[in-house]
Design a protein around this ligand. Structure first.
Ligand SMILES: [Zn+2]
Length: 147
C-alpha cells in the first residue's frame, strides 16, 4: 500500500500511465490507440482493459504500476538518519567540560522512545510536504515526483 499526498499520487499515476500500456486479458494482446486516440481491443472491442508493463506483468489499475515505479526508480530514505542530521543541525553540541556529544546521539541514548517518536513525526511532516513516499515499510524519494 502506497502512502503519499494527493499531489504525488496524481503525478505518479501520470507516470504510471506513460510507462504502461492498455492490455486485453481475454485476447492477451496489447491494445494500441485507434485513429481517435481511444483504446478498444481490436479483437473483442472491449475498453475494459488492464495495464501492461513490459517484462513486469499485467494487472488491473494503476496502483501496482505506481508501486513498481517507486520500488525500482525511488531512492530509499533512512528516516532516522535524516532525523539525526536534523537534530545535529538545529541544536548545539551537548558539552560536559571537554567532552562534546552530538544532540542526536544524546537523545537517542538517553530517551530512545522520544527519539523514535520524533523521527516518526519528522517523517509525517516530510510526507505532508510531498517530500517522501511511504511504501511497504520504507520511505522513498523519487526524482521529478517528490519535492
Ligand atoms: Zn479483447
Amino acid at each position: 500500500m502506497l502512502e503519499a499526498t494527493e499531489k504525488i499520487k496524481e503525478a505518479l499515476k501520470e507516470r504510471a500511465h506513460d510507462e504502461s500500456r492498455p492490455f486485453c486479458y481475454s485476447d492477451y494482446i496489447t491494445v494500441e490507440a485507434n485513429e481517435s486516440g481511444e483504446y478498444f481491443c481490436p479483437k473483442c472491442g472491449s475498453d475494459d482493459l488492464m495495464r501492461e508493463v513490459e517484462g513486469v506483468g499485467v494487472e488491473w489499475g494503476y496502483e501496482w504500476v505506481m508501486e513498481h515505479i517507486v520500488e525500482t526508480e525511488g531512492e530509499k530514505v533512512d528516516i532516522e538518519e535524516l532525523y539525526r542530521d536534523l537534530l545535529d543541525e538545529i541544536y548545539e553540541p551537548v558539552r560536559f567540560g571537554d567532552l562534546e556529544y552530538s544532540p542526536a546521539t544524546v537523545l537517542e541514548s538517553v530517551d530512545p522512545t522520544a527519539f523514535r517518536m520524533g523521527a516518526n513525526e519528522y517523517a509525517d511532516s516530510e510526507m505532508e510536504d510531498s517530500r517522501l513516499i511511504y511504501l511497504n515499510g520504507t520511505y522513498f524519494r523519487l526524482d521529478g515526483i517528490t519535492e
